[in-house]
Design a protein around this ligand. Sequence first.
Ligand SMILES: CCCCCCCCCCCCCC(=O)SCCNC(=O)CCNC(=O)[C@H](O)C(C)(C)COP(=O)(O)OP(=O)(O)OC[C@H]1O[C@@H](n2cnc3c(N)ncnc32)[C@H](O)[C@@H]1OP(=O)(O)O
Ligand SMILES: CCCCCCCC/C=C\CCCCCCCC(=O)OC[C@@H](O)COP(=O)(O)O
Length: 292
Amino acid sequence: MSSNVVKAASPLASAVTGAMELSVAQWLLVVCLVAFPLLYEWSVTFKYFCKMAFYNGWILTLAILAIPICAVRGRNVENMKVLRFMLLHIKYLYGIKIEVRGWENFNIKEPYVVVSNHQSSLDLLGMMEILPGRCVPIAKRELMYAGTAGLACWLAGVIFINRKKTDDAISVMSEAAETMLKEDVRVWVFPEGTRNHSGSLLAFKRGAFHLAVQAQVPVIPVVMSSYKDFYCKKEKKFTTGKCTVRILPGVSTRGLSPDDVPDLTDRVRGLMLDAFSQMSNERPGKEPGGGH
Ligand SMILES: CCCCCCCCCCCCCC(=O)SCCNC(=O)CCNC(=O)[C@H](O)C(C)(C)COP(=O)(O)OP(=O)(O)OC[C@H]1O[C@@H](n2cnc3c(N)ncnc32)[C@H](O)[C@@H]1OP(=O)(O)O
Ligand SMILES: CCCCCCCC/C=C\CCCCCCCC(=O)OC[C@@H](O)COP(=O)(O)O
């Protein structure tokens, strides 16, 4: 009888002894494996940091794959296609539905300058969704030093500007005007010049419009709807959601001179602000015609 009791208790006993034999590192692993999913579901903030860390980490990792493919061509705008195809799936990983309107406005053979609003690094998703052929973004110089992503950007012909040195930035953009025409390249600029998640548009810098006037090419405004429903840096919120990207009709710059740039800038910003407000009113749960 007593030997039976000993036998019955032995699996439990050996499990307890086994558990006690776990090293500190193994215990930590067990706690992490249990705590991580619980915390992820329970804390909106924890989820936000995990999703942002993975977003950046995944881009840096994808860049490792992109670099050797792009290196075959050397620094070349055609490499932008490689980056685009590498990044297109991220919206599925994050459950972000992107609806595009106005594709027909990109049906222009000649080069043009795309200007779009800049809410966060997530803009990369909307940008890659619609990026036209032979189109490169203008980016702050700091991005060039973002490890593998910086190198991939350089190989894809991204134009880097030093925002701290206006003269340098202007001369890089003047060079870009020549390259656009000589090499049939389109340029994507964020005229707000920095990320802005205030729910509106900042004042526009004029570089993009000088560029378009110098090259005498149209400006095509692109507006991405507010991410407010699924992403907010301040509240540390990042859920799934929907974003609408609208490509507006091109604005001609033919015959315009540098003196017309302020007016052109205001006109394009006005068009984009109208579209942005309209799209904010269309957000699910909002009455059409209601406020933001
Ligand atoms: C797999 C791996 C994938 C990796 C990811 C890949 C994707 C990466 C995507 C990356 C996305 C990254 C996204 C990003 O990184 S966004 C951040 C970087 N982008 C920008 O900043 C672009 C927008 N900025 C501008 O256009 C600015 O105007 C610049 C930078 C040019 C100067 O700004 P600054 O603040 O220094 O000066 P200012 O604007 O007060 O201008 C001063 C005066 O100069 C005049 N002026 C301006 N321009 C020109 C010109 N061309 N010819 C003649 N004149 C010109 C202008 O009218 C003004 O005069 P006035 O009017 O007051 O008399
Ligand atoms: C070994 C070195 C590791 C470095 C790690 C760097 C982490 C960065 C990782 C991945 C890069 C992701 C590419 C995201 C591209 C979007 C860039 C972006 O949105 O830049 C912001 C810029 O428009 C405006 O800048 P500010 O709002 O003025 O600030």
